[in-house]
Write a protein that binds this ligand. Structure first.
Ligand code: NAP
Length: 303
């Protein structure tokens, strides 16, 4: 029997939780999986598509007897949900989350974790711009990193078992400190999203002047920005409000670089621009070599 946990509870049934469920089934990693979402609509959809072995109408029913409880809700509500489920958690259980920010989640959730329950936060570096119970698929985590971010004094056995579980879901696992996680993710994910939101906002403003030509002639660069900028607004609002310091630090650096490029363009400094773009091209190459993206033209898209 390959079950890593006998009973798993998924709190929230959106993109990440539903992908975890299908990947758990693919790998036969759990004996029984319960799920809870706040809206009746999501619970009904989950029942219709067979998402989770049991869909529960209350948080208490979902987490009771669970060996692993996964908080897969927006970062801003993790603390409140931890407080609500605390009285029903089984001693010896592991509580984890999949939130995109770690420092704030650890600060919000830790005070509510009962003695004897192991809190081991995590963050799978995998996603799409889609959300909701029907957006998940079993291969979402394949060959993607999952960062496990244990707070000080975390139980090593609980950390080990959760790492094995994520490997079973298809991920490569690494441990990281919370502050470091939030800084790294600010560079690799949070600020790029903010820049995409900004660029699409600019195009939208301009679109009113150019009568939708921006949409009609949208080519590679802009089209890829719009994909990122289609991500869930609640999730991303919470990410920026929760990872304020690192975001402001990286945005400050970004603005300085942008001004340097702006000045080079104004002064006709082609050498500066060429050197800059040569350096950035090498980064793209290393991402492909690290197996984190495809080298196919147009990101492997057919159209
Ligand atoms: P999602 O598809 O939008 O699903 C969110 C789930 O949370 C839904 O089931 C929703 O319930 C529930 N929820 C929302 N607000 C709630 C509230 N106030 N109280 C209780 N439940 C609430 O989101 P997701 O993409 O799976 O993201 C979940 C977590 O994973 C977030 O913390 C995010 O930071 C993290 N994450 C996301 C990605 C990504 O690319 N999407 C990647 C890595 C990590 P209803 O359906 O009933 O509204």
């Amino acid at each position: 029997m390959s079950h890593i946990y006998d009973r798993v509870a998924l709190i929230g049934m959106g993109l990440i939780a539903s992908s975890m469920f299908w990947a758990m089934k693919r790998g036969d990693l759990a004996g029984h999986v319960t799920g809870f979402a706040r809206s009746e609509e999501t619970r009904e959809t989950a029942r219709r598509i067979g998402l989770c072995d049991t869909v529960c109408d209350t948080l208490a029913d979902a987490v009771r007897d669970a060996d692993l409880i996964v908080l897969a809700v927006p970062v801003g509500v993790m603390g409140q949900i931890a407080a609500e489920i605390a009285p029903y958690l089984k001693p010896g259980a592991t509580l984890t989350d999949v939130g995109s920010v770690k420092g704030r989640v650890i600060a919000d959730v830790s005070p509510h974790v009962p003695d004897g329950v192991h809190f081991v936060p995590g963050h799978p570096l995998a996603g799409t711009e889609y959300s909701g119970p029907e957006s998940g698929f079993p291969s979402l985590f394949d060959n993607r990193w999952c960062l496990i971010v244990p707070p000080e004094g975390a139980d090593p056995q609980a950390v080990d078992t959760l790492s094995t579980f994520w490997r079973g879901l298809g991920s490569d696992v690494e441990l990281m400190e919370p502050d470091h996680h939030d800084l790294v993710l600010s560079v690799t994910s949070h600020c790029p999203h903010l820049i995409a939101y900004t660029m699409v906002g600019v195009a939208d403003d301009l679109g009113r002047v150019t009568n939708t030509e921006v949409i009609k002639y949208s080519a590679g660069g802009f089209r890829d920005f719009t994909r990122i900028a289609a991500s869930d607004p609640t999730m991303w609002r919470d990410v920026f409000l929760s990872n304020k310091d690192a975001t402001l630090e990286i945005l400050g650096r970004f603005t300085e670089e942008l001004f340097a490029l702006q000045r080079a363009i104004r002064q006709g400094d082609g050498e500066f621009l060429h050197d800059y773009f040569t350096r950035t091209r090498a980064i793209r190459r290393s991402i492909i070599e690290a197996g984190q993206d495809t080298a196919a033209p147009n990101f492997g898209r057919s159209g």
